[in-house]
Design a protein around this ligand. Structure first.
Ligand code: ADP
Length: 231
């Protein structure tokens, strides 16, 4: 165990294809983090066909970001999420404009982010990995045909639905999403790297999935290997 106190409020950064979402799920299961995933909240709104979903759908399919205002709305719709004493932010904040939104949430709800973790992977490696991603159209569970395959080929473990590629995992859209990450989110990562030096950690995302998981556990002051034992 690291000598650090275990982190309770964590923000994870990683370009599309860094493994961030699968890593966040494993960390959540193993260490009791409630995940705050703006991407999943938006996809749920699209599945529900509500006003937020209608505004988000074509932007997401094109690989572009939705507005900071819409992100504020989806987060405001889920006040109970923030009651948890362990939160892992996956996909937020994603623009410099969203940084004050996180500050506002933190001060209103009364938590402090203990760790900002950046999973660092090259754009080329990220693109290569993303071709394996699949999602359940019914429940939103995510899989990776190499790193996190379903028990039965192309079928959701939870509800047996046929798995799909996300619309934004189309090869051309993948390129746009990498560019959007470089333009909009890298400045956010650099902001925290520079301004919260004590709480910022970067992890080499080019290692195997299980190695990255252990490196993040260590960065969070959690017992490395806990999440791997649960598999
Ligand atoms: P990934 O991390 O794999 O890119 P996400 O599930 O986090 O995927 O997000 C999917 C899409 O939802 C993004 O490409 C973007 O269009 C939208 N989105 C999610 N979170 C945000 C955010 N914080 N700000 C703006 N757009 C967002």
């Amino acid at each position: 165990m690291s000598s650090d106190r275990p982190s309770r409020h964590v923000v994870m950064f990683g370009r599309p294809g860094s493994g961030k979402s699968s890593l966040a799920e494993r960390l959540g299961d193993a260490h009791g983090f409630r995940l705050v995933r703006t991407g999943e909240m938006l996809r749920a709104a699209i599945r529900a066909g509500d006003a937020i979903g209608r505004q988000a759908e074509s932007l997401i399919a094109q690989g572009r970001l939705v507005s900071d205002e819409l992100i504020y709305q989806v987060l405001s719709n889920e006040p109970t999420v923030f009651q948890s004493d362990r939160l892992l932010f996956d996909g937020f904040p994603r623009t410099l404009g969203q940084v004050p939104l996180l500050d506002r949430l933190a001060s209103e709800i009364g938590f402090t982010i203990d760790r900002y973790v950046s999973i660092e992977v090259s754009a080329e490696e990220a693109l290569r990995r993303m071709t394996g991603r699949r999602v359940c159209p019914q429940c939103g569970a995510t899989y990776h045909m190499v790193n996190r395959p379903p028990k039965r080929d192309e079928t959701c473990d939870m509800d047996g639905a046929d798995l799909r590629r996300r619309a934004d995992d189309d090869p051309e859209v993948l390129q746009i999403r990498q560019r959007v990450f470089d333009e909009e989110t890298v400045p956010v990562v650099e902001h925290y790297r520079k301004n919260t030096v004590d709480r910022f950690r970067s992890v080499d995302g080019g290692q195997s999935f299980e190695q990255v998981l252990k490196a993040i556990e260590a960065a969070l002051g959690l017992e490395p290997g806990t999440a791997s034992k649960l598999m």
